[in-house]
Design a protein around this ligand. Structure first.
Ligand code: HXC
Length: 514
């Protein structure tokens, strides 16, 4: 064959594979409101940057008449490309080919691109749209999942791993996303569950729709399995690209710096905090008032809203913000918010991102339900994550810092590098009301007007202890600062910490509370 004929033959072969599961299956995919795997890859990556590998891989299964079936690319597309000019590894399961089900060769393709991502130290993006383990391939499919989970774990903390759920992700398949750093879901398209509605009905007698069981909203608002919720696939792709601007390509790199920009004028710190200390406010406005261009990418926006986590920049450098949200449950730490904060802090620490903490909270949430759910072990995750983190750690106490909350939210005692407090800060074992009721109980009960006496004692306690100056007098707080100075002081603290070096005891790994 001449070179020209060889090339034409290659093109013809490629053309066939590019048809995926064929016209009918592609139509069905579109009818479900879904893009095809190839359209998804194209939309995420820079134009014409995708290079595909293993295009001609075929399944090798013979059982159940499988030897008569051609599955193009074995139902998954893998390759490399760029996003904003930076290289990434990507795979996308092709639901039009045998429902994107995972057999031996399909898994081998995924693990090949995972190995590349880890070796080359570039982020991995996995698009899940699959009926799960390919039933006809039996234990080979289970083996495939195991190989993927192992690699997800090996790559954890080395390269960022993003999972995008754009269709079903059922059974054991859910554990790959669960092992990765960020999970993206799209309304009415993503479906994630361990067992589907049919099994739930058979085993438990519960009737539930797929959407109710594992839809995008469920995982964004209730289970906390998803980190980003979008209304459309294209919105989801923008979220992926935006996230990648904030994070480094590996644990050996720093996030790319951007030109510094001042916060937008509508976010003025002095206008955010109400003068009445019992009134709530939205702590995200405080973050926006210090962040470059007031740009804040919130993570798990709809889950455990009593804590806010996400990325912004100060003077062009990526910062991980952790902030109690006084407008939700007064910003308490409970099981879910502790999980959310702990995981985010560990991501920032693994990927060299300084952490700024804004604190305003009355402590851990009490009650039978929380105790039964394990607020002790969940809450310990925050203590563990902050204590373990060696990236620059800066805390600003805005208002309340009571009890366990004071310690947990990156206190000096967990080795914060810089501790600042606004003059509105109240640092004490508990709030003035609770404290006065306990320590002045006898005086209050003996008074002619107990209610009046209680008010006097609460005021006395507030005056004496509920302020930042007792902690400042002991050196637990480095500076009491004016709120308007916050961005300037944060910027300086981050500059000063840029060569931070800490020695930690040699160990194989710690055993964080689960
Ligand atoms: C082989 C599969 C498949 C699977 C779907 N297909 N899932 N083939 N193994 N797991 C095939 C179908 O036979 C069909 O092929 C095509 O994909 C499209 O599927 P449909 O059912 O027509 O699509 P739809 O109606 O949209 O329903 C999608 C679905 C459903 C909800 C995902 O297919 C389904 O329930 N599949 C099984 C899900 C499941 O139970 N998976 C196993 C989970 S256990 P044709 O040729 O007709 O087009 C698991 C264990 C892993 O994954 C453990 C790891 C530790």
């Amino acid at each position: 064959m001449s070179l020209k004929r060889n090339v034409l033959d290659l093109r013809k072969r490629k053309e066939i594979v590019l048809q995926g599961g064929g016209e009918e299956a592609i139509k069905k995919q579109a009818a479900m409101g879904k893009l095809t795997a190839r359209e998804r890859i194209e939309a995420i990556l820079d134009k014409d940057s995708f290079h595909e590998y293993d295009m001609f891989v075929e399944h090798q299964s013979k059982d159940f008449d499988m030897d008569k079936k051609v599955l193009h690319g074995d139902g998954v597309i893998i390759g490399t490309g760029t996003i904003y000019g930076e290289p990434v590894c990507i795979y996308a399961q092709d639901f039009t080919v045998a429902g994107g089900s995972l057999g031996l060769m399909h898994a081998r393709k995924i693990t090949k691109i995972m190995d590349h991502a880890l070796k080359m130290r570039v982020p991995l993006i996995g698009i899940n749209d699959s009926g799960g383990a390919r039933i006809q391939e039996g234990v080979d499919s289970l083996a495939g999942y195991g190989e993927i989970f192992f690699r997800n774990t090996q790559a954890s903390g080395v390269i960022p791993q993003l999972s995008v759920i754009l269709g079903p992700c059922a059974g054991g398949a859910v554990y790959s996303p669960a092992l990765t750093d960020f999970v993206f879901v799209v309304d009415n398209i993503s479906k994630m569950f361990i067992t589907g509605p049919e099994v739930v009905k058979t085993v438990l007698g519960e009737v539930v729709t797929m959407e109710e069981l594992g839809g995008a909203r469920v995982h964004s608002e209730i289970s906390g399995n998803a980190h980003f919720f979008a209304h459309s696939e294209y919105e989801c792709f923008e979220q992926i690209k935006k996230l990648l601007t904030f994070i480094p390509w590996s644990n050996e790199a720093k996030a790319k710096p951007f030109p510094s920009k001042p916060p937008r004028p509508e976010y003025k710190i002095e206008k955010i905090i109400p003068s009445d200390p019992t009134q709530p406010y939205d702590v995200r406005d405080v973050i926006r008032a210090v962040a470059d261009d007031s740009d804040f990418l919130e993570i798990q926006q709809e889950f455990a809203k009593n804590i806010v986590v996400g990325f912004g920049r100060i003077d062009g450098e990526t910062i991980g913000f952790v902030a109690n949200q006084p407008s939700v449950l007064a910003g308490v730490l409970d099981c879910d918010s502790s999980d959310k904060a702990g995981r985010f802090i560990r991501f920032c620490d693994a990927f060299n991102i300084p952490i700024v903490t804004f604190e305003d909270m009355p402590g851990y949430l009490p009650g039978v339900e929380q105790e039964y759910m394990g607020v002790i072990r969940h809450g310990a995750k925050v203590l563990y994550a902050y204590s373990e983190a060696t990236v620059p750690k800066i805390t600003v106490i805005l208002r309340k810092a009571y009890g366990g909350g004071y310690i947990a939210m990156n206190s000096r005692h967990l080795k914060a590098d810089f501790m600042f407090a606004w003059p509105t800060a109240e640092i004490a074992v508990m709030g003035p009301e609770g404290a006065a009721n306990i320590i002045f109980k006898k005086e209050i009960m003996a008074a002619e007007n107990p209610e009046e006496m209680r008010k006097i004692k609460v005021a006395e306690y507030r005056e004496k202890f509920a302020n930042p100056y007792v902690a400042a007098s002991k050196g637990y707080i480095d500076s009491v600062i004016e709120p308007e100075e916050t961005r300037k002081i944060l910027k300086h603290s981050i500059e000063v910490s840029s060569n931070k070096s800490v020695l930690t005891p040699a160990k194989k790994h710690g055993i964080p509370p689960f």
